[in-house]
Write a protein that binds this ligand. Structure first.
Ligand code: GDP
Ligand code: MG
Length: 497
C-alpha cells in the first residue's frame, strides 16, 4: 500500500490505552477523514453512512474492488466478494493494520475480491460471535450494502462462533486458518504437497465436525433422558456425522501411510546428498520475502515467482557451484506466515525438515515490509518448532531497491550477521554468494596427491567436492593438495605423495 496516512498522536495514545472500557467500539488505524472522492457521491446506504451509524471504522485502501465495469462483470463470475473482519486486542495501531493488510493479501491470493476491511477494538474476541454481539448487526448491514458473499475473520474461530456468525449474517463465514488451507490447496503441485494439504484440511474439518456432533448429542441426550430413546433414536444428523467422521478418519490414515512412503523417498535422497557430503543451503523466510526470486538469482532455477502469498509450496532443490568450483545445493522452501495453522506445520513437517537438516539457513527478510522484525520473529518461532534453531543462520535483507534505507540500517544493527541484497536488481548478490560459500562446512581430511592424467574423473571430483589449496600440472600428472571429506580422501589415498 502506498497512500498510507500518517498516524496522529491521538492514534498512538489510543493504541496504548486500556481496552477494557472500549468493549464494543470499532476502530481503524487509518485516518478518520472521509475520502474526498467519496464525498462527491450521494451515499444513502453507502459504506460511509453505515460506518458512521455504527461507529465502524475501516482499514483504508484495502479494497480491491474493480472500477472497470467489464472487468468487474468478468471477475464476479469466479471471485468471492469478501469483507474482512478483525478483532484488535492489543499492540499498536500499526500491528492491527499489518495483520489486516496481510489478511487482505491472503484473501486476494485465494482469488477473492476484498470489498471492505474493518476491525473492532476489544479486550478479547467474543466467545459466541468473535466480534461483539452488538456489532454483528452493523457488520450484517455492511455485508448487505457491499454485496459480499463471504466474511473472513482474522483468527482461528471456534466452530460455534462461525456458525453463530453465519446464522446472523446469512453469508459464508470463514476464518484465517481455512483461508490459508484453501490457498495451500490451490498451490500444492507435487503429490506430496497435495497429500500434506489434504491431511491438514481433513484435520481441520474433523475438529469442526466434532463441534457439530457435540451440539447434537447434547440435544439428543436431553430427549433421550425424557423419552428413553436409545442409540436407535439418534437424529439423522448425528448418524451422518458419524459416517463422515469415519470416512475422514480412514482417508486420514491412508494419507498418513502414503506420506510416510514419500518421506522415505525424500529421506533417501537427502542421505544420498549427505553421503556425498554435498553441503546444503535452505532458503527460508516469511512468505513473499523474495525466496524464490533469490533462488533464481543464485542458481537460475526458474522457480515460479508471484506477488502472492505462497506462490511456492513444494521445495525446489538446485545444485549450484561455488566460486572455487565446489558443488552445493540450494533449496527454496514454503513461505512462513504469522499464525501458520498448526495443522499445516504438522502436515508440512517433512518439507520443513529440509530446513532443519540444512548446513546453512538463508533467512530472507523483506526489507520493504512495514514490519520486518515481526516477520523475523514469526519465522524463528517456526524454526524452533521444527528443530531448525540449531542450524547456522544467515539473514538476508532483501528488496533493498524498494526498502527505506533507515529501516535497512535498523535491521542491520539488530541482525549483525546479515547481507543486504536486491534479488530484483542483483545488488549485493556477489557479496551474498561469497558469504554463503564462506560458511559452507569445510571438508575435514587433508590430502596431497599426484593424479595420473587418465584419472580425469577423480580430478573432476576433487574440483567439485574438495577444498583445493594448490594444483599444478606436471609431466607425471596433476599434483593437487587440499582438504576433502573422508570418502574422497580414501579414493585419493592410492595416489598420495
Ligand atoms: P517468496 O514468496 O519468498 O518466494 O517470494 P517471491 O520470490 O515469489 O517474490 C515475491 C514478490 O516480491 C514478487 O513480486 C517479486 O517480484 C518481489 N521481489 C522479490 N525480490 C525483490 C527485490 O529485491 N526487490 C523488489 N522490489 N521486489 C522483489
Ligand atoms: Mg516462493
Amino acid at each position: 500500500m502506498t497512500n498510507r496516512p500518517d498516524f496522529s498522536l491521538e492514534d498512538e495514545l489510543e493504541a496504548t490505552a486500556d481496552w477494557d472500557d472500549a468493549e464494543d467500539s470499532w476502530e481503524s488505524g487509518y485516518a478518520d477523514e472521509p475520502d474526498p472522492e467519496d464525498n462527491e457521491q450521494e451515499l444513502t446506504t453507502g459504506e460511509q453512512d453505515l460506518a458512521e451509524r455504527y461507529l465502524l471504522r475501516r482499514v483504508a485502501g484495502l479494497s480491491t474492488e474493480l472500477h472497470d465495469i467489464t472487468e468487474v462483470e468478468y471477475r464476479q463470475l469466479r471471485l468471492e466478494r469478501v469483507v474482512l473482519v478483525g478483532v484488535w486486542t492489543g499492540g499498536t495501531v500499526a500491528d492491527a493494520e499489518n495483520s489486516m493488510a496481510e489478511l487482505a493479501l491472503l484473501a486476494e491470493t485465494a482469488g477473492s475480491e476484498v470489498l471492505d476491511a474493518i476491525y473492532q477494538r476489544r479486550s478479547s474476541p467474543d466467545p459466541a460471535t468473535y466480534i461483539g454481539r452488538g456489532k454483528v448487526e452493523g457488520l450484517g448491514e455492511i455485508v448487505a450494502a457491499s454485496g459480499a458473499d463471504t466474511v473472513i475473520c482474522d483468527g482461528e474461530l471456534a466452530p460455534s462462533q462461525l456458525r453463530n456468525l453465519e446464522d446472523r449474517l446469512k453469508v459464508k463465514v470463514v476464518d484465517r486458518t481455512a483461508l490459508i488451507l484453501d490457498i495451500f490447496a490451490q498451490h500444492a503441485k507435487s503429490k506430496e504437497g497435495q497429500a500434506q494439504v489434504e491431511l491438514a484440511q481433513l484435520n481441520y474439518l474433523k475438529q469442526r465436525l466434532r463441534g457439530w456432533g457435540g451440539n447434537l448429542s447434547r440435544q439428543v441426550g436431553g430427549r433421550a433422558g425424557a423419552g428413553g430413546v436409545g442409540i436407535g433414536g439418534r437424529g439423522p444428523g448425528e448418524t451422518k456425522i458419524e459416517t463422515d467422521r469415519r470416512r475422514i478418519n480412514s482417508r486420514i490414515a491412508k494419507l498418513r501411510r502414503e506420506l510416510s512412503e514419500m518421506k522415505g523417498t525424500r529421506d533417501t535422497k537427502r542421505q544420498e546428498r549427505r553421503r556425498h557430503q554435498v553441503p546444503s543451503v535452505a532458503i527460508a523466510g516469511y512468505t513473499n520475502a523474495g525466496k524464490s526470486s533469490l533462488l533464481n538469482r543464485v542458481t537460475d532455477a526458474g522457480v515460479l515467482i508471484e506477488d502472492a502469498l505462497f506462490a511456492t509450496l513444494d521445495p525446489t532443490t538446485r545444485r549450484t557451484t561455488a566460486g572455487d568450483g565446489r558443488i552445493y545445493t540450494v533449496t527454496d522452501t514454503v513461505g512462513f506466515v504469522r499464525h501458520l495453522p498448526h495443522q499445516l506445520v504438522e502436515a508440512f513437517r517433512s518439507t520443513l525438515e529440509e530446513v532443519a537438516d540444512a548446513d546453512l539457513i538463508v533467512h530472507v527478510v523483506d526489507g520493504s515490509h512495514p514490519d520486518p522484525e515481526g516477520q523475523i520473529t514469526a519465522v524463528r518461532e517456526v524454526f524452533a518448532e521444527i528443530g531448525a534453531d540449531k542450524v547456522p543462520e544467515l539473514v538476508v535483507i532483501n528488496k533493498a531497491d524498494a526498502a527505506d534505507p533507515m529501516v535497512i540500517a535498523r535491521l542491520k544493527q539488530r541482525e549483525p550477521h546479515s547481507v543486504v541484497v536486491s534479488a530484483r536488481t542483483g545488488a549485493g548478490i556477489d557479496d551474498l554468494l561469497r558469504t554463503i560459500e564462506g560458511e559452507l562446512p569445510r571438508p575435514g581430511v587433508e590430502f596431497s596427491a599426484l593424479l595420473p592424467y587418465e584419472r580425469g574423473d577423480l580430478l573432476n571430483k576433487v574440483h567439485q567436492n574438495a577444498d583445493i589449496e594448490s594444483l599444478e600440472h606436471t609431466g607425471d600428472g596433476t599434483r593437487v593438495s587440499g582438504r576433502a571429506h573422508a570418502d574422497l580422501a580414501g579414493e585419493l589415498a592410492p595416489y598420495a605423495v
